[in-house]
Design a protein. Structure first.
Length: 311
């Protein structure tokens, strides 16, 4: 029987069949995984699996996962517990929404760009959603306009919303119709409040931003998928403090800065890292203003964090 993984809490998984039956499922022994994936979690939310109902109590709704289907795509981050390993955040996605804020707390450009790089590497479109419009003053509204101009020019969709007042939430709901959407972001950006707007009956726990650190407190501790009223699915993920780029060689990083792609074949050297090399078309485009300088600085910063041993 085929089912989709809706929740992962360690060794147990919540699986929902095509007819809407829900089972608590475990993995049968050592399952064959995708050959190119070595992760801390063998099964992720969004996976399509084969399950067999366990014999015994017919009402127990326990099942054994016997097979993991091939993933259409997936998104990974560095494991929160083992830095050199990766953790699959979710699989089989149509898009991701990164929830950002310009104050209380402020989402850094570096965090946004690391997320966008990872999503681009796995061919997942991203919508940048700036929340907390209700607390923005003129300075933040101007900054939003700057960022929206940069990222929309690259090809990303950018939205300004308020989970508190509900402004812009209907537009988000329309974008999620009949799609599987991953929602991610720093702790404290109002992700749970937004989800409560999209799914009023869910009543996710929300927590205020920690006053002394300016960082959010974690309220979600595991990924979980919810059915949306408009036919789509929403995957809520734990708030992340950092989003480490994994499995991307230095020589490939520029491929995932989408605005750099048109210039890559014009560099003098095939393995150009766009830092100190002569005849670099990417640097020339940045100096000419065709590539945003903040984005170029993000690229150079991420490049420094990629270890030589990773490729």
């Amino acid at each position: 029987m085929q089912a989709t993984i809706y929740r992962s809490t360690g060794s147990w998984y919540t699986a929902k069949t095509e007819t809407g039956e829900i089972f608590q499922a475990r993995i049968k022994g050592l399952l064959k995984r995708d050959g190119d994936i070595t992760s801390t979690n063998p099964i992720a939310v969004g996976d399509i699996v084969e399950i067999v109902v366990e014999e015994g109590d017919a009402n127990a709704k326990n099942a054994m996962i016997t097979e993991i289907g091939a993933r259409r795509n997936y998104i990974v981050r560095s494991s929160p517990h083992r830095k050199n390993q990766k953790h699959i955040v979710a699989s089989n996605l149509d898009q991701a929404m990164l929830i950002c804020t310009l104050k209380e707390p402020r989402t850094s450009n570096g965090f946004m760009d690391r997320f966008l790089v990872t999503a681009a590497a796995y061919h997942i479109p991203v919508v940048l959603v700036f929340n907390k419009k209700d607390i923005y003053k003129e300075k933040e509204i101007d900054r939003f306009a700057e960022l929206a101009a940069v990222y929309e020019d690259i090809g990303y969709t950018v939205c300004l919303v308020s989970a508190t007042t509900g402004e812009g939430v209907d537009e988000l709901a329309a974008m999620m119709e009949n799609k599987t959407t991953l929602m991610s972001g720093h702790s404290g950006v109002g992700k749970s409040s937004l989800i409560n707007r999209l799914l009023p009956g869910l009543d996710l726990r929300t927590t205020a931003v920690s006053g002394w650190s300016g960082k959010g407190l974690h309220t979600t501790t595991y990924a979980e998928m919810q059915d949306l009223p408009n036919g789509g699915k929403l995957i809520d993920t734990p708030g992340v403090r950092e989003f480490g780029v994994v499995d991307i060689p230095k020589t490939e990083l520029s491929h995932y800065f989408l605005e750099m792609q048109p210039y890559l074949n014009d560099c003098q050297f095939n393995n150009c890292l766009h830092i100190n090399e002569p005849g670099c078309a990417v640097k020339a485009a940045t100096e000419a203003g065709d590539i945003n300088m903040e984005r170029y600085i993000s690229y150079a910063t991420i490049l420094e964090t990629i270890e030589e041993t990773s490729y």
